[in-house]
Write a protein that binds this ligand. Structure first.
Ligand code: C2E
Ligand code: CA
Ligand code: CA
Length: 662
């Protein structure tokens, strides 16, 4: 579950980063707006002061002054009226200071009786030119003022105009208290600040909420993907990748705490039959049912994984003693084997299990899996249910073990190939049969001969899919050759194990049907020793094959395993002398004697006799004098890839009437 908390931590980090980062622009925006607003307030304050002064100037011109140029001075009546006006304004607090100047800047009236010869001001000049001059300043901060600077005021200069002519007659210089103006604006300012702040907070909250939502959604989607990547979609169990992680965790725990854990590979027996006969849909139902039964049988701390197909894996953490594991496996077996109904049919499921212990049977997940794989195949082969890996008992060295695992994958990876070796009829030299010999194009070891992997396949149960593959590949190729050589026969080698299976003839006829070939086009080569294991059962299978129309050949014949009596009752049409006798017949008289007697025996029983391992012209000459029917060996050709067979046959048509392959 580590990745889950990691994911939440990452989500929280992402959200925190967003929260901080998005707060910065929101704050900057707020600050800019506030500064801008302050500037606005200032200019509005100035504008309000100017308006106030304009009104005052108009009132003064129209009601207190008599319209003459102020340069001539005020008359007494004007001076009195102005004094009253100024006193009223000062009392009501509307004006702090008020002066009137004439066009030469001379002060003609001052509410505070200040200097009549005040310094000339640019502002007065501008006001006379018709401009409105206003600024925010402090009382007494003017040039010439000696009192300490006082409250903030709006200082305005505006022209006084004659109400009759509209001419500028002088200038009103007035100081209005800024606080009063500012207060008027303040309520609006506070309201705006508040709106701004609330708006920004809301904006931030919306953004943050959006980020939280997106973060959560993203982590949910990520979790879904993660789940899909690590689980099997059919059963929702951990898949092979996660299973590997769980094994690694068990290995680490065992190293740290000295605990013992078990890893089990479990393969259902005959699942393929269920799939083939009842369909994939029912196969899926069966797999889900098995998954549930496994989950029900193990403890919470254990892992049940599906590794693909009908293969499951278990990690029994803290397994305790082998006896406890055995008890747990017995419970699992019982759970799986309980009767179930599928497509209305009662069905019993059986499984083969390979068990390894951590740390005793391996210290890395790879080793453990490989050893469990071997144990499972031994279990499958022996049909004993559960097999515990035992390195002392097995001759499975590391090399062999990795080959087993690789061979299982070789089918899917298309690494197997067939080579073909012609069998030459004598004395005509016609070729009507080619023997299919399997090779493994291994990714790192190069082209492997069957001796290097067929025995392993036989020991691990992989021989079944191998034979199936050889059938399909050989018959598919034969079908192609039949377009130009319709009577060509392909010989396929059959392992002893196949002869112990009653369903083997069905597998052969199915393959023929799939390829669209007739039974007489398939020759099965069965080694003489294959008849030794369970002669009765093997004979039964041979009879079934014969009844199905297939031709049978006894391969590697001559070791003397088969009695004459036995041979007489076998439906075999051909004896194939073991190549060691043929190769040595010119040097060794007893080998020559065996070759001679096998040829005679075969002919007496009405069979063809084939000599393989013909390497020289001398050996061929000798076999011809013995009237051997068919010869095969390096003297004619080594086994070759399918693409070379046609040209070879064309070149070696040996003056016969046989059709020649294109
Ligand atoms: P086999 O059935 O006795 O096949 C004949 C083997 O002798 C082949 O070896 C072939 O290449 C080799 N051979 C042929 N002519 C000569 C010759 O003149 N001199 C010498 N020294 N050898 C010759 P290969 O292909 O390595 O196959 C070995 C064995 O592997 C086969 O013996 C057969 O038992 C088994 N095998 C091959 N393909 C299959 C298969 O598809 N299924 C099964 N179950 N076994 C197979
Ligand atoms: Ca053979
Ligand atoms: Ca042989």
């Amino acid at each position: 579950m580590g990745w889950l908390s990691d994911r939440f931590a990452a989500g929280a980090r992402m959200f925190a980063a967003f929260a901080v980062l998005s707060l910065l622009p929101v704050l900057a925006l707020g600050l800019t707006l506030a500064v801008q607003y302050r500037a606005d307030v200032k200019s509005r304050g100035i504008a309000a002061g100017s308006d106030q002064a304009d009104v005052m100037a108009r009132v003064l011109s129209e009601t207190q002054l008599e319209g003459h140029d102020l340069s001539t001075g005020l008359n007494q009546a004007e001076a009195d009226r102005l004094a009253v006006f100024a006193a009223d304004e000062a009392r009501s607090g509307h004006v702090r200071r008020l002066r009137l100047r004439d066009r030469t800047q001379r002060v003609v009236f001052a509410d505070d009786a200040s200097d009549v010869n005040a310094e000339p001001d640019d502002e007065v000049e501008e006001a006379l030119d018709g401009e409105r001059v206003a600024l925010i300043t402090r009382l007494n901060s003017d040039y010439g003022d000696t009192a300490p600077a006082g409250e903030r005021v709006v200082e305005v200069y505006t022209a006084l105009r004659s109400s009759q002519t509209g001419q500028a007659i002088g200038v009103l210089e007035v100081y209005l208290p800024y606080a009063a103006i500012e207060n008027g604006l303040h309520a609006g300012l506070v309201r705006l600040y508040l709106t701004l702040a609330v708006g920004l907070v809301l904006l931030y909250l919306v953004l943050a909420g959006l980020a939280l939502w997106v973060t959560r959604r993203l982590s949910r989607v990520a979790a879904q993907y993660q789940h899909l990547a690590l689980h099997d979609p059919l059963t929702d169990l951990p898949n092979r990748a996660l299973f590997g992680d769980r094994i690694a965790a068990a290995v680490a725990a065992s190293r740290r705490h000295g605990t013992v854990a078990a890893v089990v590979l479990l393969d259902l027996d005959r699942f393929k039959e269920v799939n083939d006969t009842l369909g994939h849909h029912n196969g899926d139902i069966l797999l889900r049912c098995v998954a549930n039964r496994l989950l029900g049988a193990v403890r919470d701390i254990d892992t049940v994984a599906r590794l693909g197909g009908d293969e499951f894996g278990l990690v029994l953490s803290g397994a305790g003693t082998p006896a406890q594991v055995a008890a747990l496996l017995a419970r699992i077996t019982e759970a799986i084997e309980g009767e179930m109904e599928l497509a209305g049919l009662p069905l019993s499921v059986e499984a083969s299990m390979g068990v390894v212990f951590i740390p005793q049977d391996g210290e890395t997940p790879e080793d453990l899996l490989q050893h469990a794989d071997v144990a499972m195949y031994v279990a499958k082969r022996a049909q004993t249910g559960v097999v515990y890996y035992d390195c002392a008992q097995d001759d499975y060295n590391a090399d062999r073990l990795s080959l087993v695992a690789e061979l299982r994958r070789a089918f899917d990876r298309d690494e197997l190939v067939l080579h073909y070796q012609p069998q030459v009829k004598q004395p005509t030299g016609q070729v009507d049969t080619v023997e299919a010999l399997v090779r493994w194009q291994h990714p790192t070891r190069g082209l492997l001969d069957p001796d290097e992997f067929v025995p392993i396949a036989e020991q691990t149960g992989l021989i079944e899919p191998l034979t199936q593959w050889v059938f399909d590949a050989a018959l598919k190729q034969l079908k192609i050759w039949h377009e130009v050589a319709p009577e060509l026969v392909v010989a396929v080698n059959i392992s002893a194990r196949s002869l112990q299976r009653n369903d083997f003839p069905l597998m052969a006829t199915d393959a023929l049907a799939r390829a669209g070939c007739r039974p007489e086009h398939l020759l099965l080569e069965i080694t003489e020793t294959a008849l030794v294991t369970d002669a009765v059962r093997a004979a039964e299978v041979l009879h079934l094959l014969h009844a199905a129309g297939l031709r049978l050949s006894l391969d590697d014949f001559g070791q003397g395993y088969t009695s004459l009596g036995q041979l007489r009752h076998l439906p075999v049409s051909e004896l194939k002398i073991d190549k060691t006798f043929v190769m040595n017949m010119l040097r060794n008289s007893s080998d020559a004697a065996i070759v001679r007697s096998v040829v005679e025996l075969g002919h007496n029983l009405g069979m063809h006799v084939v000599a393989e391992g013909v390497e020289t012209a001398e050996a061929l000459a000798s076999l011809l004098t013995l009237r051997c029917d068919v010869t095969q060996g390096y003297f004619f050709s080594r086994p070759m890839p399918a693409c070379e067979v046609g040209p070879w046959l064309a070149a070696h048509a040996l003056a016969t009437e046989e059709p020649v392959l294109a």
